[in-house]
Design a protein around this ligand. Structure first.
Ligand code: PLP
Length: 452
């Protein structure tokens, strides 16, 4: 840091302040965690200086031997960790991983058969007319994913996201009454839509998904099953989600981030069946720019960490804590969407307190809890103001917290939410502010400090 501060003292100061922030507030953001120092050191070094477009032993640059070694270790570790045929570790983020996966499926299912049909082996041999013909077909394919408002991610075909420009995008939602996925309903939609890709996975769904059933649906309609396990990759690695609930066993292609429950560096990952491997490996340069060798190194370290027995214990504890917290919140009359959780996250419905998710998020942050507001399914307050709070236990579990601490965190929510006083809004949600008594804030902050 001293070296950084000689050049950019304000940046060094922000890094120190961020450390203080993350250590003095309870981190309940479901998509965040604390990576190890080994991960951070593997990432913060001269490997950032190297270009390595291509894939191991097949690069567009010279001098890539060390990056080749690093990337190969990362791939083999990821394959062993998840029991996958093939791993591709270059995506810079979860969204990038999804773009690469989409493009790989399009190449596998549309472009490649077309090349065969016209008797050409190589993309580079196509005339402009032939390529235009392929483009027409590529742009015509259907994607069926979980609706953004039911907990899906923007890249799963949200209308204004690039994923919905790449595909003719459709979405399934959760059941209005139960808040749960309805597989029969998804099957019905899939039969009508006949998507090229059936996409499962979520950012804010508190239950496990039956991937065996999703694969059955995909097979029935001739779709490729893609799963985005960005949120719950750590629960798959840690063997919480096994059998029907393990996406790697059932999907053709699985994307992920490496920085959420998996506790690695910020980045993306793709796992796929062997038949897709050659297309996935073309992610760079067809979709991505040069890989980040320093992050590849950190991913390799994180995968090795996740293969240790204590990661399995950690993953199970994440869910135990999540379920304990949901139960403790319910005991305090706080409403939890779907009535509970099977994974690392839950959604609190804050409407009974007469406030929006935005007000609740700001109030708990003032008291030392960092989390994010989140739309509930079919949320009348929309995605900006929302009616929900998303709470996740991966980070507090990394800190070693257990069931007793979950009860205390539930006390904190009851204390804060129960004492927020919404201000007058003249019926305009944008004016929805609140007051919270200084004494309550003081009590809550003291409780937070005692917990950390
Ligand atoms: N997929 C899912 C399900 C996510 O929840 C997220 C991020 O929250 C992403 C993809 C995107 O990940 P990233 O922010 O690394 O691009």
């Amino acid at each position: 840091l001293e070296t950084v501060s000689q050049v950019a003292p304000e940046i060094a100061a922000s890094i120190v302040k961020e450390l203080a922030d993350q250590r003095s507030n309870i981190k309940l953001i479901a998509s965040e965690n604390f990576s190890s120092l080994s991960v951070q050191y593997a990432m913060g070094n001269l490997l950032t200086d190297k270009y390595a477009e291509g894939f191991p032993r097949h690069r567009f640059y010279a001098g890539c031997d060390n990056v080749d070694d690093i990337e190969e270790v990362a791939c083999r570790e990821a394959e062993a960790l998840f029991g996958a045929d093939h791993a591709y570790v270059q995506p810079h983020s979860g969204a990038d991983a999804n773009m690469v996966a989409f493009w790989s499926v399009l190449m596998w299912k549309i472009q490649s058969p077309y090349l065969e049909e016209i008797g050409k082996k190589n993309l580079y041999d196509l005339s402009k007319e032939e390529w235009d013909e392929i483009r027409k077909q590529l742009g015509n394919q259907r994607l069926l994913g979980l609706d953004y408002y039911s907990g899906g991610h923007l890249t799963h075909g949200y209308r204004y996201n690039v994923s919905a420009q790449m595909f003719d995008a459709y979405s399934y939602g959760v059941n209005r009454e139960t808040g749960l996925l309805d597989y029969d309903e998804i099957e019905k939609m899939a039969m009508e839509i006949k998507p090229l890709i059936l996409l499962a996975g979520y950012s804010a769904y508190p239950r496990k998904i039956d991937f065996a059933r999703m694969r059955e649906i995909a097979d029935k309609v001739g779709a490729v099953l893609m799963v985005d396990m960005a949120h719950f990759a750590g629960l798959v690695a840690g063997k919480v989600f096994t059998g029907n609930y393990n996406p790697v066993e059932h999907a053709h292609i699985v994307t992920s981030t490496t920085h959420k429950t998996l506790r690695g560096p910020r980045g993306g990952l793709i796992l796929c069946k062997q038949e897709l491997a050659e297309y996935v490996d073309k992610g760079c340069p067809m979709v991505l720019g040069g890989p980040l060798p320093h992050v590849l190194a950190a991913k390799a370290v994180a995968f090795k960490e996740a293969r240790k027995k204590d990661f399995e214990t950690y993953a199970h504890k994440i869910v135990e804590n999540s379920q304990a917290l949901a139960e403790e919140l319910k005991k305090r009359n706080i409403t939890i969407a779907t009535g509970g959780t099977d994974n690392h996250l839950m959604l609190i419905d804050v409407r009974p307190f007469g406030i929006t998710g935005r007000q609740a998020e700001a109030a708990v942050r003032e008291c030392g809890i960092t989390l994010n507001r989140n739309a509930l399914p079919y949320d009348p307050n929309g995605p900006w103001y929302t009616s929900g709070l998303r709470i996740g236990t991966p980070a507090v579990t990394s800190l070693g917290m257990g069931k007793n601490e979950m009860a205390e965190i539930a006390d904190l929510f009851a204390l804060i939410l129960g004492n927020i006083k919404p201000t007058e809004t003249d019926g305009k949600i944008s004016k929805a502010k609140y007051t919270l008594d200084d004494n309550i804030k003081k009590q809550a902050k003291e409780k937070v400090q005692n917990l950390l």
